[in-house]
Design a protein around this ligand. Structure first.
Ligand SMILES: Cc1ncc(COP(=O)(O)O)c(C=O)c1O
Length: 377
């Protein structure tokens, strides 16, 4: 018989977060509603300036989602149908989906077990065997940056561009440089579960290149560069003024929420080490100088049974991601098969994300770790 625990620790508790900022957010929402100015405008411009400065880039262009941020980035770089774009199969679907939406072909490269991010050695092999590659999308998964130096070196040698998928990693740093400022373009998501999440969808593209920024700003409004004058064929993908206003309130808390996530990660690691359980907790590498823990992911044996056990203890957890992208039915035509990306497949079978949001208490973390111990005992 399954027992239900009285204690409940959800994977994410947006209502608890909202309670802290409710008055400020509602004031801002009322202000925008009273203005009846909902599309782009001053709130979006101010938010773009804040994000550009936070990420260490000269420009940031708001759009409707992280998925569109990737798509617009590919459009701005003139990626055409038939071009090839490198990325990993161990990411959220949107990374590869954006490549396919533009008509290009995703070429998958396996990830490193330790970081969940693209393996630079495997990337070198893929570049050698695919002459049509025009861009690479390294994903900074779970809040930690990919190893960007070798990626940048290879990209420069081959004359291909880099779009960082920083959807999960706002404020994350690689050797002191912020995610989204290292490649030509960075794509961010403000999906509610992100470290900086809106009250709906939202996204942004960062860049240091003024002409790319100009193009992006036009592409998100049907390629318009003057009134009813269309330089390019773009899409309709704008960040709502309401979302920008809410995000600007939440942005003021981002660093303190991130510090909460970082200290929870430390606490998880020290607790799990003490309990000597057979799980491997996420540990940033030396080059990940600021990990922002959008997720705290452990790897362990009997993952599915562990997840079921945690559920009986009232603990929310999630598998990111159970089926790597090369094995998704919609990509069967690409010709990949099981075994092609063994590390991604292993991680898909072993990883489990535990509650790490800022509202979790240290005693909650101890409870989660004790529950993991009781499972393996
Ligand atoms: C790695 C990654 N890329 C892209 C996206 C797409 O972002 P959105 O959900 O805002 O479209 C997400 C978010 O879900 C993501 O986690």
């Amino acid at each position: 018989m399954t027992t239900v625990s009285e204690k409940q620790i959800p994977l994410l508790d947006l209502r608890a977060q909202h309670r802290q900022i409710r008055d400020e957010v509602l004031t801002e929402i009322a202000r925008v509603v009273d203005s009846q100015k909902f599309i782009l405008g001053e709130d979006v411009q101010k938010f773009e300036a804040e994000i550009a400065s936070y990420c260490g880039t000269k420009h940031a262009v708001g759009c409707a989602s992280g998925s569109d941020a990737l798509f617009l980035a590919l459009m701005a770089l003139d990626i055409h149908p038939g071009d090839e774009v490198l990325t990993t199969p161990y990411t959220f679907f949107a990374t590869a989906g954006a490549i396919s939406r533009i008509g290009a072909i995703p070429i998958f490269v396996d990830v490193e077990e330790r970081t969940f991010n693209i393996d630079a050695n495997r990337m070198a092999e893929a570049l050698a065997s695919h002459p049509k590659i025009r861009a690479v999308i390294p994903v900074h998964l779970f809040g930690g940056c990919a190893d960007m130096d070798p990626i940048c070196e290879m990209a420069e040698d081959r004359g291909i561009t880099i779009i960082e998928d920083a959807a999960q990693s706002i404020g994350s740093e690689y050797k002191g440089r912020r995610a989204g400022s290292i490649g030509q373009l960075g794509a961010f998501s403000f999906f509610p579960s992100k470290n900086l999440g809106g009250y709906g969808d939202g996204g942004m593209v960062t860049t240091n290149d003024a002409s790319l920024a100009e193009r992006l700003a036009a592409l998100r409004i049907h390629g318009r560069t003057g009134k009813y004058f269309h330089q390019w064929i773009g899409i309709n993908s704008r960040l709502d003024a309401l979302q920008a206003a809410v995000l600007r309130v939440k942005f003021r808390y981002l660093d303190s929420w991130t510090q909460g996530r970082q200290s929870h990660a430390e606490h998880y690691r020290s607790q799990l080490a003490k309990l000597s359980v057979p799980v491997i907790p996420a540990e940033p590498t030396q080059y990940q100088t600021r990990h922002v823990y959008n997720q705290f992911v452990i790897r362990g044996p009997e993952r599915d049974a562990l997840q079921a056990h945690l559920k009986t203890q009232g603990i929310g957890s999630e598998v990111y991601y159970p089926l790597p992208l090369h094995l998704q039915p919609c990509y069967s035509s690409l010709g990949y098969k099981k075994g092609d990306f063994p590390v991604s497949e292993k991680l898909a079978a072993e990883s489990l994300a535990l509650p790490i949001h800022a509202e979790v208490g240290t005693e909650d973390i101890e409870y989660v770790c004790d529950s993991i111990r009781s499972f393996y005992a």
